[in-house]
Ligand binder design. Structure first.
Ligand SMILES: *Cc1c(COP(=O)(O)O)cnc(C)c1O
Length: 459
């Protein structure tokens, strides 16, 4: 089906979907009863469904379509590469031009001390690689007992066994017998929900301090690394207080443990800088990347490896028994190259930094005056509004997720894709949104907040 279909086609696709397609992170039964929404095409910052309905995509697909939809350069890069060399591996002392060129370009755009990449097929695989590489590093350092990786509750690091273990999503752990051994979790810097009477700054220091106490409790000879997203994405766009990252960096330095910044969402311009690490001045030893790396046009991920870690892995010699069939897939690398060149040549990240990002943040914060909104926050092209039962004092809805779900449904019905995490509405729009797209986004969001409030009898 090339573009908008008919109601009949939609029903037929929904029936096939119901019979044969198990969707990710989905209640299969509930979806079967309702019927899937079929998205058929996209252009710029808009999607169309199979009934021809147009939606403004405030989530960039799944945090990934940074340069927007419909860029022919990426399609052409994939097409040319597939004709030239559709596949070859890098296992047996071989490589191909797109993987090599992309490695060089990544060294250029990432922070100065990150000069090597290990390719993966996704963000989850990148975090599996992190676990393997961190443990390999300490083994080569003659400290094989340093195996524990400390992460945070409500973190998201993917859905493989290692990714879900590093993540701090309790429902995921409960369904998988997770986490795997030697993964620990400390509290997240979620001031609005968990800050109590503390100021944001004091709360940031307190939760960062938990890293130090956990290191001391476990013994520094056991702790390998700390992993965190610069800004938590899937957890609900949780922006840490300014005191948080400097203190985390200090603690990692002081105890010599590796710092892993999971940049799968924050990378490639989301904050208005190339990486969240640039935004916060973090110096990670390892940096998982994916999503915006190819703007989602083809699957690809990787781990950027600092000189500290890479020099050790290289100098020690001996094989690292790890890799994926699709590590450095040529078509994915060609698409990522084209994507990064567009980000560079069109000044898209600078535009988010100096113009559209500040504009989005200013307009987004206007939603803070809505009776349903307890807090409106964000950085760059990331935003969240917390829906609350009452604002003063802040009272949360008792059954978490119900009101968020109502609001999300109003958004879909009114041509806006905004996601709900519990009762937090979140956005991560394509970085190419213009000021007028942003106006449309904020006006639609306000309308949907009104409709939700009316449904609850609050307006
Ligand atoms: C999406 C995400 C992942 C997982 O990436 P996949 O490509 O879905 O495997 C890992 N880390 C973060 C921070 C993410 O947002």
């Amino acid at each position: 089906m090339s573009s908008a279909g008919t109601a009949w086609q939609t029903a037929e696709l929904q029936a096939l979907d119901r019979s044969h397609y198990l969707h990710p992170f989905t209640d299969f039964k509930a979806l079967g009863e309702k019927g899937t929404r079929v998205i058929t095409r996209a252009e710029g910052v808009h999607l169309w469904d199979s009934d021809g309905v147009r939606l403004l995509d405030a989530m960039s697909g799944l945090w990934c379509v940074n340069i927007g939809y419909g860029r022919k350069e990426l399609a052409e890069a994939a097409y040319r590469q597939m004709l030239e060399l559709p596949y070859y591996n890098s296992f047996f002392q071989t490589a191909h031009p797109p993987a090599i060129e992309l490695a060089g370009l990544l060294a250029e755009v990432t922070p100065a001390h990150l000069n090597r990449v290990f390719y993966t097929g996704s963000g989850s695989e990148a975090n599996d690689t992190v676990v393997r590489m961190v443990r390999r590093y300490w083994d080569l350092q003659g400290q094989p007992d340093k195996t524990v990786i400390i992460s945070r509750h409500n973190a998201y690091h993917g859905s493989t066994m290692a990714g879900a273990s590093l993540g701090g999503m309790a429902p995921m752990h409960a369904q998988g017998g997770l986490p795997i051994p030697d993964i620990e979790h400390i509290d997240q810097p979620y001031w609005f929900r968990e800050g109590g009477d503390l100021s944001p700054e004091a709360f940031g220091l307190k939760v960062a301090g938990e890293l130090e106490s956990r290191i001391q409790a476990l013994g520094v000879d056991r702790v390998a690394a700390f992993i965190a997203e610069p800004i938590q994405g899937a957890g609900g766009v949780i922006v840490p207080p300014d005191s948080y990252w400097p203190e985390i960096s200090r603690i990692c330095d002081r105890h010599g443990i590796l710092l892993v910044a999971d940049e799968v969402i924050c990378g490639f311009g989301r904050t208005g800088k190339w990486f969240g690490s640039d935004y916060y001045g973090i110096k990670p030893d390892l940096m998982p990347i994916a999503k915006g790396l190819s703007s989602g046009y083809l699957p690809i991920g990787g781990v950027m490896v600092s000189d500290r870690v890479a020099d050790c892995l290289v100098d020690a010699g001996g094989e690292f028994f790890h890799g994926y069939t699709y590590s450095g897939h040529p078509a994915s690398c060609a698409v990522a190259l084209a994507n990064i060149r567009i980000l560079q040549n069109e000044g898209i990240i600078e535009q988010v930094d100096t113009d559209t990002g500040p504009y989005l943040q200013a307009r987004w914060r206007e939603l803070g005056d809505h009776p349903l909104v307890g807090e409106a926050r964000g950085v760059g092209f990331l935003g969240a509004v917390e829906l609350v039962e009452s604002k003063n004092p802040v009272t949360f809805f008792s059954e978490s997720g119900r009101v968020g779900g109502l609001c999300r449904d109003h958004c879909f019905a009114n041509g806006l894709v905004m996601r709900a995490v519990g009762d937090t509405m979140i956005i991560a729009p394509p970085l190419v949104m213009t000021r007028s797209d942003i106006d449309e986004l904020v006006e639609k969001a306000r309308l949907c907040l009104d409709l939700t409030a009316k449904e609850l009898g609050m307006l």
